[in-house]
Ligand binder design. Structure first.
Ligand SMILES: [Mn+2]
Length: 359
């Protein structure tokens, strides 16, 4: 039985261009810690193979750091470069002295690495530019008496993708036991096409609010003639999370109540919503100091003030507001109440000849 760890899209050396320089350096250092944790997990799980499915390093400096880390890896490492780390003069891997246990695919032609001791063939190919045509087209394994794995960066979801589009039919025709993919940044779950199991782990650490939630790697087992077993293992990285919270009368308390447990290490973007007095976001943030690692607040609250003013007027406006206000008071839930408020704002705008407010 062969044990493997499959990771992808580490993006070591990412610029974190939206962060101040100090914070960016810290996040870069944390990505390297994630890579270290990956190697430690690979070793403690006694994996035979570490499969790295592209977009691993963004800079030459990061690649040199990775090479040092991989020297401490007890598994054989196989790296298939992707669109952010293409092999060649424009890629990050020039002049890197890799330890003996590391193999890189360096050509867009599919190649085979034979691991005699493991009775295992590992196939793969490299992006040699920031796009690639379909690299698996016409591929089939050469030896069906061994365990057949493939490591590849590519897009299994969009047939017209410029990033090595991979089809179900190609996977089903491959004869592979496991296809270790990279490119898409959230975990795929375990999938099959024909007799072949395939998956992508997503990035092992979020780098922004478009990469939220739990992130990690795949631990797997493969044996000749047996189904492949996969397990997703989250790593201890900072999580990015977005929340929408009704501000109410005490926005800091509302956010505190909405935060999941153990959020101190994580990075949150909280959008405050609903009717509220004007907010002092700095005061809200100060009241939450220490609750999370980093907090970005957005204010989408609405002013309730004066919405119902003029209700007592003996005018069409007054009549309109009285009707809606009684519906508002009798509303069965917050949703209906918000609909009444919206109707009042639209109606007032129409009566006053103003532009319709934003819904
Ligand atoms: Mn990527």
């Amino acid at each position: 039985m062969i044990k493997f760890l499959h990771a992808a899209d580490l993006h070591l050396g990412s610029a974190f261009a939206t962060l101040p320089a100090n914070a960016a350096r810290q996040r870069q250092a944390e990505l390297l810690e994630t890579a270290t944790e990956m190697v430690e997990l690979c070793n403690s799980s006694q994996c035979d193979l570490l499969l790295l499915a592209g977009d691993i390093c963004e800079t030459n400096e990061a690649a040199k750091s990775l090479a040092r880390l991989l020297a401490a890896c007890s598994a054989e490492v196989v790296l298939a470069p992707g669109n952010h780390d293409p092999y060649g003069p424009n890629g990050p891997y020039q002049g890197v002295a890799w330890p003996d246990n590391v193999s890189l695919f360096d050509d867009s032609e599919v190649a085979r690495l034979r691991f005699e001791d493991l009775k295992c063939d590992v196939y793969g190919a490299a992006f040699t530019a920031d796009t690639a045509p379909s690299l698996m087209e016409g591929f089939a394994v050469l030896d069906r008496h061994v365990v057949n794995l493939m490591v590849l960066h590519g897009d299994p979801e969009q047939p017209g993708s410029p990033y090595n589009p991979i089809t179900q039919a190609q996977i089903a025709a491959s004869g592979l036991d496991y296809l270790a993919l990279g490119h898409i940044h959230s975990f795929s779950g375990q999938r099959t096409a024909g007799q072949t199991t395939y998956a992508w782990p997503g990035c092992p650490a979020g780098r922004g609010f478009d990469e939220t939630g739990e992130k990690g790697v795949i631990l797997g087992e493969a044996a000749h003639g047996a189904p492949v077993k996969l397990r997703f293992v989250p790593l201890h990285t900072r999580r990015y999370e977005t929340l929408r919270v009704a501000a109410g009368s005490d926005p800091a308390a509302a956010i505190r109540a909405a935060l999941p447990p153990n959020s101190q290490r994580d990075i949150f973007r909280v959008t405050l919503t609903g009717p509220s007095e004007p907010l002092d976001l700095r005061a809200v943030a100060a009241a939450l100091k220490g609750q999370v690692y980093q907090l970005t607040l957005r204010d989408e609250t609405t002013r309730q003030t004066d919405l119902w003013a003029g209700m007592e007027e003996d005018t069409l406006r007054g009549l309109f507001l009285r009707r809606l206000h009684s519906q508002w008071e009798g509303a069965p839930d917050e949703k209906v109440r918000q609909q009444c408020e919206l109707a009042a704002r639209f109606g007032l705008a129409a009566l006053e000849g103003k532009e319709a407010p934003k819904a």
